[in-house]
Design a protein. Structure first.
Length: 346
C-alpha cells in the first residue's frame, strides 16, 4: 500500500495546534501561579524537569516510546553547549515570570526574534534580507515601547532576566541542529537528554543560589504554599513532557505561519488571563507594545515564507535549466558524432 505524502489532515492540524496552544498557555500560567507564592525558582525548575524525566522513563519501560540510554563521553561532550544554554535560559525564564506580570511576559521576551536573526547571521552565516531587518526593527520598537511607556512600575531585574532568556533561546535554536546530529537526529532523544542532564546540572545551582532555607520553610510548615507548589509542579512537569511532543508535532504537521499565529494567539491569551486570574493591570502602552511585537513577528513569518518559496522556485528553475543545457550538449555531441561517421564513410 502506497504511503500518502499529501498535506496533513485538517483535523490533525487543528488538533495539533490546539494541543500546542493549550499546553503552552497552561504552562506559562501555572508557572506564574507557583512563582508568585514561592521563593525558589531554580528548585521549581528542577522538579519540573525531574517529573518530565520520570515520565520519559515510564513511557520507555511500558513501550510507548523508545529513548537512548547511551551516556558515553562523546554524547555528553556534544550536548554540553545545549545543556548550558538550556539551564541558563530556563532559569532566566523562571526568574522573568517571578518578577514581571504574566501579561508583561511577552513584552520583556520581545527581543527573541532580533536575537535569533542576529545569532543566525553570526554563527550560521545566514544573511538577513532588508525586509527581515524591517521586521526585527518593528519588534524591537515594540519592546522599547513596552519598557518605557507601560505606565506601571516595572522590575528592572525582570527585564534583564527576560533579555537574557531571549538571548539564550536564540542561541539554543542555533545549537539545536548540531545537537540533533549527536543523538542521531531524534528530537525525542534530544528532549530526553536535555531534561535529564539539565536536571543534574541544576542540583548544585539550587545550593549556590541559597534556595535551601526557602525550600525547608515551605516543606516544614506545610503551608498553603506547599499545596500550590506540589500541584503546580505536577501540572507543569506533566505539561513540560507534553510540550516536548507538542512543539515537535506543531512544527511537523503545520506550516511556520500557522505555528507563529498560534504563538501570537497564546501571547494575547496570556495577557488576558494575567488580567483575569491575577488582577494585573494592562495599560495602553502595554497593549500597544504587545500588538507591535505580534505585528512584527507575523510580518517576519510572512517574509520568511515568501523568501522560502522563492528560493524553492529558483532552485527548481535552475535544475530544469541545467537539464535543458545538458540535453542540448548531449544532442550536439550526437550530431557531431553522426557528421564524423558520415565523413569517414565517404
Amino acid at each position: 500500500m502506497s504511503q500518502q505524502n499529501g498535506p496533513p489532515n485538517r483535523l490533525l492540524v487543528a488538533g495539533t495546534v490546539s494541543f500546542y496552544l493549550v499546553a503552552a498557555l497552561a504552562m506559562v500560567m501555572a508557572n506564574k501561579w507557583v512563582l508568585r507564592s514561592t521563593d525558589f525558582p531554580i528548585f521549581f525548575l528542577f522538579i519540573q524537569m525531574l517529573i518530565a524525566v520520570i515520565l520519559f522513563l515510564v513511557c520507555h519501560v511500558v513501550g510507548i516510546i523508545q529513548i537512548s540510554m547511551r551516556f558515553d563521553r562523546a554524547t555528553l561532550t556534544g550536548l554540553a553547549p545545549l545543556i548550558f544554554l538550556n539551564v541558563v535560559g530556563l532559569t532566566a525564564n523562571n526568574f522573568t515570570l517571578k518578577y514581571v506580570d504574566a501579561s508583561f511576559y511577552q513584552v520583556v521576551r520581545g527581543l527573541l526574534l532580533p536575537f535569533t536573526v542576529f545569532t543566525s547571521y553570526i554563527f550560521l552565516n545566514s544573511r538577513p534580507s532588508l525586509r527581515i531587518l524591517y521586521a526585527c526593527a518593528i519588534v524591537t520598537a515594540g519592546f522599547f515601547i513596552g519598557i518605557f511607556l507601560d505606565g506601571t512600575v516595572i522590575s528592572t531585574r525582570g527585564v534583564i532576566y527576560g533579555v537574557v532568556s531571549s538571548m539564550m533561546s536564540a542561541l539554543h535554536a542555533v545549537t539545536m541542529k548540531r545537537s540533533l546530529e549527536v543523538v542521531g537526529g531524534s528530537a525525542l532523544n534530544l528532549s530526553w537528554y536535555t531534561n535529564l542532564l539539565s536536571a543534574i546540572v541544576l542540583i548544585p545551582l539550587i545550593v549556590f543560589a541559597g534556595e535551601i532555607p526557602a525550600i525547608m520553610l515551605v516543606l516544614h510548615f506545610a503551608s498553603e504554599n506547599l499545596g500550590t507548589f506540589i500541584w503546580g509542579s505536577a501540572i507543569t512537569g506533566g505539561l513540560g513532557f507534553l510540550m516536548s511532543i507538542a512543539s515537535v508535532l506543531s512544527i511537523k504537521v503545520t506550516s511556520p505561519i500557522t505555528h507563529m499565529i498560534s504563538s501570537a494567539i497564546r501571547g494575547i491569551a496570556v495577557s488576558f488571563l494575567g488580567n483575569k486570574l491575577f488582577g494585573e493591570y494592562i495599560s495602553y502602552g502595554r497593549m500597544w507594545a504587545i500588538a507591535i511585537i505580534l505585528a512584527g513577528s507575523l510580518y517576519y513569518t510572512w517574509v520568511k515564507h515568501e523568501e522560502s518559496e522563492q528560493a524553492s522556485k529558483n532552485k527548481y528553475e535552475r535544475v530544469n535549466l541545467e537539464d535543458v543545457e545538458e540535453g542540448s550538449a548531449t544532442s550536439s555531441k550526437h550530431a557531431e558524432g553522426y557528421r564524423r561517421s558520415v565523413a569517414e564513410q565517404k
